[in-house]
Design a binder for this molecule. Structure first.
Ligand SMILES: Nc1nc2c(ncn2[C@@H]2O[C@H](COP(=O)(O)OP(=O)(O)OP(=O)(O)O)[C@@H](O)[C@H]2O)c(=O)[nH]1
Length: 618
């Protein structure tokens, strides 16, 4: 194949998407394949468009369609399966561009390697509370303000750039791994390097460990800034020792973790830190194509009373220009104005540049991907399609990995690694659980404990689980209210245990597809027995009044006499007058029979309940 053709094919059919198309191909005999692929976006294509793609007349297609028993007009849409059969008839191969994500309907541009040029690295600062993240970010920013920009530093746009040794570095201004992981959960990968701030007088603390694990899960390299070295009780060596316990071995001790002692207060070591950032960035060989339409991520966004929706975006590739039509998540618009981190109006923004963008129709969410597209109409159409799809997906509520369907997902090849987050009341339990769970790894599935921490399950744990497709195991701890809510929206599986053995057995069973669903009893109604009818050969029928709730035909019942449960069993029949019914509501009367039980009496109370599948609590 000629080079150009090869490249063309690569551009037209990125690998991942091609696999998807192949899966969807109808089985059975296929006509001989032609090299020429055509793309179909979405679920349907019009006869006219399909004809154009194949350079055929619509008439030819309509004739073929008639031969296949499909009566179609030139503007009619045909589904992809039909399009595929048609295309094959004409000797074409269809590449169906379907992306499962909500944030799609955009054709990804594949860059010509010749267009790629080095871009600044993007840095996020993480660390334990009060270890000096904000102080460090401020110190770096202030140290790098030139006299001419002095007024600009009050401008706060969620990210800023500094220049060191003639090279730019972009800092994201929302410190903390929470923001970082929340973005990652939305599919945005913006950080190239994580700066882990550890106070020299305090050492490695729980959130330090969280930050380490969140960075590792995202496969982002970590540079440690040992902060507050100006303090008399600073003990950098101890920090390094503690870091080693968490898998970060300092370079000085033969490892590969760069540790830089700094003080945000005296600004000592800041130059060195910037140097190290540039060093790590250089190894990463970060590149982007400034010549293409821009693509990036929304860092933060708000509705400004005077200016309308304002989004701070980080351009990751391409160049964003005034007048560009853009889509960001489900918002769209035209770039009306751009303001850089120094508060200056700019006309364009290249790779790794943060800018505030005015002109969107709506406020996008932090973590939304934005794209510049060829015109307003395209932007609007994409945002409408995304909105429709979002609504649809909200209805469907896609599920992440859960123990209940783990086996199915393993069999389908969707899961090769089972990521687990462990929260427990004491460190010892975390270690014990971690060791035992990791031992469950098989040839098919590797079990990874990606994070462990002491304390309640928090929203941050859920976001990490969502971003890493992990399940959360709580041992003697509970999720807090925010975590429960987040788990529901993010569809993260939380499992709570009081016995380590049970947790391990559950994961093991889930991996083998042997996990039994667990049920919880839900009381749906309370009935009073008001009359008894003994029918020979049939049994005892209780005439009841539904005092509370309802009773359904599939319910189970409990007979209560003087507050003592005397029988529990299935309902044999449920009737209103002579008719069998499915359900009787509060305030109505009904006749019931209980399976294999005839000893019911007037004055008994009947509790109706159903068993509902639940998150297990062992
Ligand atoms: N002596 C000294 N104090 C520092 C240094 N860096 C920060 N501090 C102080 O430590 C405290 C916490 O600093 P912040 O920058 O707010 O810490 P943070 O990590 O951003 O805290 P959160 O945003 O609350 O998580 C403040 O009182 C700072 O003045 C330092 O290098 N030396």
């Amino acid at each position: 194949m000629k080079e150009k053709e090869k490249l063309e094919q690569k551009v037209m059919a990125p690998k991942q998407k091609k696999d998807k198309a192949e899966v969807q191909k109808p089985a059975g005999s296929q006509p001989p394949k032609q090299v020429k692929p055509i793309e179909i976006h979405g679920d349907t294509i019009s006869v006219k468009d399909l004809a154009m793609k194949m350079n055929k007349s619509a008439g030819e297609l309509i004739k073929k369609l008639m031969g296949l028993g499909v009566m179609a007009t030139i503007n009619q849409e045909v589904d992809v399966e039909t399009a595929e059969i048609l295309a094959n008839e004409f000797g074409f191969e269809v590449d169906i561009k379907v992306d499962e994500s909500t944030y799609d309907f955009i054709e990804e541009i594949e860059d010509d390697p010749a267009d790629l040029v080095p871009r600044p690295c993007v840095v996020t600062v993480m660390g334990h509370v009060d270890h000096g993240k904000t102080s460090l970010l401020d110190a770096i920013r202030e140290s790098n303000v030139t006299a001419s920009e002095a007024g600009g530093i009050t401008q706060h746009i969620g990210a800023y750039q500094v220049v060191h040794d003639g090279k730019k570095i972009t800092f994201l201004d929302t410190p903390g791994h929470e923001a970082f992981t929340a973005m990652r959960a939305r599919g945005a990968q913006v950080t190239d390097i994580a700066i882990l701030v550890v106070a020299a007088d305090d050492g490695v603390m729980p959130q330090t460990v969280e930050a380490i694990n969140h960075s590792k899960a995202a496969e982002v390299p970590i540079i440690v800034a040992i902060n507050k070295i100006d303090k008399p009780d600073a003990r950098p060596e101890r920090v390094m020792q503690e870091l080693t316990e968490h898998g970060l071995v300092p370079e000085e001790w033969g490892g590969d973790t760069i540790c830089v002692p700094v003080s945000a207060k005296t600004r000592e070591g800041l130059e060195n830190l910037l140097e190290m950032i540039l060093l790590v960035a250089e190894v990463q060989e970060l590149k982007a194509n400034p010549k293409r339409l821009a693509k990036g991520t929304v860092i933060e966004a708000e509705l400004d009373k005077g200016r309308g929706p304002v989004a701070t975006v980080l351009v990751q590739t391409g160049t964003l220009k005034i007048g560009d039509s853009i889509v960001a998540g489900t918002a769209h618009g035209k770039v009306r104005a751009m303001i850089d981190d120094k508060g200056r109006r700019v006309k364009k923004a290249g790779p790794s540049t943060p800018v505030e963008v005015l002109g969107l129709s709506d406020v996008p969410q932090a973590g939304d991907i934005f794209h510049a597209v060829k015109d307003d109409k395209t932007a609007k159409t994409i945002s409408e399609k995304r909105l429709a799809k979002k609504r649809e997906e909200e209805l469907k509520a896609t599920t992440k990995v859960s123990l209940d369907d783990l086996f199915k997902q393993i069999q389908e090849g969707n899961v090769k690694e089972l990521n687990i987050i462990i929260k427990a009341d004491v460190q010892g339990s975390i270690e014990a659980l971690k060791q035992s769970l990791m031992k469950l790894s098989t040839d098919e599935v590797r079990v990874n404990a990606i994070h462990g921490g002491v304390g309640a399950i928090t929203e941050t744990d859920i976001m990490l689980a969502s971003a890493s497709n992990a399940i959360v195991i709580g041992f003697n701890v509970r999720p807090d209210a925010n975590a429960r809510k987040a788990a529901e929206t993010e569809k993260v599986d939380i499992r709570l245990y009081r016995v380590i053995y049970n947790a391990i057995e559950d994961v093991k069973a889930a991996m083998q597809g042997l996990l039994d669903p667990e049920f919880k009893e839900v009381i749906i109604g309370r009935l009073e027995v008001r009359a008894i009818f003994k029918v020979s050969k049939v049994g005892t029928i209780a005439g009841c009044y539904v005092a509370e709730g309802k009773i359904t035909r599939n319910a189970q019942v409990r007979v209560i006499r003087d507050n003592i449960v005397i029988h529990e069993g299935n309902l044999g029949s449920l009737k209103r007058f002579k008719d069998d019914v499915k359900e009787v509501s509060e305030g109505y009367e009904c006749g019931i029979m209980i399976e294999n039980y005839n000893d019911i009496q007037e004055g008994d109370v009947i509790e109706a309940f159903i068993m509902e599948e639940v998150t297990r609590e062992l």
